[in-house]
Design a protein around this ligand. Structure first.
Ligand SMILES: Nc1nc(=O)c2c([nH]1)NC[C@@H]1CN(c3ccc(C(=O)N[C@@H](CCC(=O)O)C(=O)O)cc3)CN21
Ligand SMILES: CC(C)C(=O)C(=O)O
Ligand SMILES: [Mg+2]
Length: 297
């Protein structure tokens, strides 16, 4: 499961998932970006730290973001170390095939940090793929994915994500590898599955990948809850006196009532609509919209 902060991590952990991924998809589902390319190491570390506070038994993996491992091996290693040291992740995930093998080797065997690979639809390079497109639909592209998978295993990955590819390709890769595969849009034959949490609980509505199944509709329940709250506030049902409120001790209360009555002339206890009061005062002080001449020019 992906998780992005303390409560989502705690929910996944309590539900008993094996692994929690702090996915860079948080750029889109938690921060509202159009894609995952702008998210930084600092952003990812911030979220990963929060996830670590909510996780007690699941294995905690964090995505290395676009640009953090694409230049040279030393940069890739130092960013992997930051994600473990500052982000409190137990492993990092990189979107890399054959060409990322030397960096993965350096992170795994140089720094001793476990790495999850990620092939198929790699959102960080979606522009080069021509958008968020299913991969491995042609014979040669399927072969290329098998080559990538074997290279990642050789480089030292302990697992890899297979994203958006025909089930047959994912099954072939899973059968060929010794390490477990984690599928998303890759059919039922991978060793494990991952989904973006926001998608499966209905908290992201910009698009829904075909591979996603909705397991809850929390987005619309959240809107209803807030609308109900707004209604309760406007109708003075909430907060309810004696239920959601604090009281002075009875003796102090009596003294206080008398005091504000004498000092300020206020009769407490009857409800005054402060908004209406303010609006009434404002309408005397300010010219109403209807009386203002429309702006020219
Ligand atoms: N909310 C969310 N869910 C995800 O699964 C996800 C993200 N965000 N952001 C990062 C990547 C991007 N992903 C995506 C995004 C779009 C499609 C999508 O629309 N796919 C089309 C098929 C596209 C094609 O091949 O033509 C679909 O109908 O599923 C799939 C995966 C997966 N990841
Ligand atoms: C969908 C998973 C595999 C991911 O990389 C992410 O959430 O960023
Ligand atoms: Mg990702």
């Amino acid at each position: 499961m992906t998780a992005y902060d303390f409560p989502t991590a705690a929910a996944c952990d309590r539900a008993g998932v094996d692994m929690i991924l702090v996915g860079d998809s948080l750029a889109m589902v938690a921060l509202g970006h159009e894609d995952t390319s702008q998210i930084t190491m600092n952003d990812m570390i911030h979220h990963s730290k929060a996830v670590s506070r909510g996780t007690s038994s699941a294995f905690h993996v964090a995505d290395l973001p676009f640009g953090s491992y694409h230049t040279d091996e030393a940069t890739a290693v130092s960013n992997a170390i930051r994600m473990v040291k500052e982000g409190r992740a137990e492993a990092v995930k990189l979107e890399a095939g054959r060409r990322g093998a030397t960096k993965i080797d350096a992170i795994v065997n140089g720094a001793g940090i476990p790495v999850v690979g990620h092939i198929g639809l790699t959102p960080q390079t979606a522009v080069a793929l021509g958008g968020f497109r299913v991969q491995g639909k042609t014979f040669s592209n399927a072969q290329a994915l098998v080559d990538d998978a074997l290279a990642l295993q050789d480089a030292g990955c302990f697992s890899m994500v297979l994203e958006a590819m025909p089930s047959l390709v994912a099954e072939s890769i899973t059968r060929l590898l010794n390490i477990p595969t984690i599928g998303i849009g890759a059919g039922p034959s991978t060793s494990g599955q991952v989904l973006v949490l926001s998608d499966m609980v209905g908290l992201f509505d910009r698009f829904t990948p075909k591979f996603c199944r909705g397991f809850a509709d929390l987005g619309s329940r959240m809107v209803s809850a807030v609308a109900e709250y707004k209604h309760a506030v406007r109708s003075h049902e909430f907060p309810a006196e004696g239920v959601h409120t604090y009281e002075m001790p009875a003796a102090t209360e009596e003294k206080w009532r008398t005091f504000v009555q004498k000092q300020f002339g206020l009769e407490l206890g009857q409800h005054v609509d402060k908004n209406k009061e303010t609006a009434a005062v404002a309408s005397q002080l300010l010219p109403s919209k209807a009386n203002v001449a429309p702006e020219s020019g």
